[in-house]
Design a protein around this ligand. Structure first.
Ligand SMILES: [Cu+2]
Length: 338
């Protein structure tokens, strides 16, 4: 790990966060409510993650935990220059081997040691400074969706060992993305160089248990088809470790499709309907459904709450994609138990 990597506070998990994930001493604790405090967000109730041995092993070997990625928002470091507030984010590209399952190891190209990369978050109008260091052997870039000048568009390759600073104003509000834009982009994205970029509206959104689900595909054998798929980087992780949510609690999911090679994927939840905010570009829902179709790079906000307890699937309705890793469950816990 380089010094650069250590500088970013967003990369350091607090002991409290690790306890929530069941890494330290949480064994035997019942599912209980915790106040999940994002730095700039109102605290909301989220369910504690039960300890799972499988996940501890997976976390150690892969260096990141999809359950952590789920509710981890990087607001950057706030600095002031000439009285102007700037949010500064540190991001480093590198290669690491990850276990996609018990049998398959895969060399990912990633940002800050995780796939997807950090979920950058800001409020519309904030000045953003993204300090991108390329520690990987290949050239990469960070290309942000959103509105910005040409020189900040992130299409000029940044070579190994070089640093590029992208600076622009956060606009417009919504749920966006960023990714490497070096050709072949299918390969650079497929190997893991992408992430979510949330710009909150100035007036904010109502308090909710907020989470990020990014769909990705893995072309293991370079045949320009995906053999495995995943939510938040690791195939089937939420199938084997259902996401705990609280009955009747407002859930807000930021969902992004970063699957290359497949034309589109849907996002579908079982036994419920969601309100859909297309590209997160409004404060009132565009429609209500239980399935939404997304081409590559499309992303939306969906909101829902589960009136009944139990375990409910979520997955793309392209069943090949679902059955090859893009499968998860919400575990709805009675409000009386939290
Ligand atoms: Cu790249």
């Amino acid at each position: 790990m380089s010094d650069f990597f250590k500088k970013s506070p967003s990369l350091r998990w607090s002991r409290r966060q690790l306890i929530q994930l069941g890494i330290f001493g949480a064994a035997g604790s019942a599912i209980a409510a915790i106040a999940y405090q994002n730095r700039d967000q109102p605290s909301v109730q989220a369910a504690q993650i039960p300890p799972v041995d499988f996940s501890q092993k997976s976390i150690e070997q892969n260096g990141f935990d999809p359950m952590q990625v789920l509710r981890d928002f990087d607001y950057g470091d706030v600095v002031y220059e000439n009285g102007r507030k700037i949010r500064e984010y540190h991001v480093e590209a590198n290669s690491t081997e990850i276990n996609l399952n018990a049998a398959i190891k895969y060399i990912s190209w990633n940002l800050n040691g995780r796939v997807p990369g950090p979920t950058f978050r800001a409020t519309e109008g904030d000045r953003l400074r993204i300090i991108f260091h390329n520690a990987d052997g290949h050239s990469h870039t960070l290309h942000f969706h959103g509105t910005h000048p040409e020189e900040m568009d992130g299409v000029k390759p940044v070579r190994h060992g070089k640093t590029m600073v992208y600076e622009f104003d956060a606009m417009p509000y919504g749920v966006h993305l960023y990714h490497c834009h070096v050709a072949p982009v299918t390969r650079h994205i497929g190997k893991g160089l992408y992430g979510m970029f949330i710009i909150d509206p100035p007036e904010g959104r109502p308090p909710a248990d907020e989470m990020v689900l990014v769909m990705g595909g893995y072309d293991i054998n370079n045949d320009e088809k995906n053999e495995l798929y995943a939510f938040n980087g690791i195939p089937n992780v939420f199938r084997d470790r259902p996401i705990p949510i609280v009955q009747n609690q407002l859930i807000r999911v930021y969902v992004l499709n970063m699957i290359e090679f497949d034309v589109a994927a849907t996002f579908h939840i079982h036994a419920n309907f969601f309100r859909l905010y297309r590209t997160g570009r409004s404060l009132t829902p565009d429609e209500e459904s239980d399935v939404v179709t997304m081409g590559t790079a499309e992303r939306h906000i969906i909101e829902f709450s589960y009136p009944f307890t139990g375990k409910y699937m979520f997955h793309p309705h392209q069943d090949y994609i679902a059955e090859h890793g893009c499968m998860g469950f919400f575990k709805v816990i009675p409000a009386s138990e939290v």
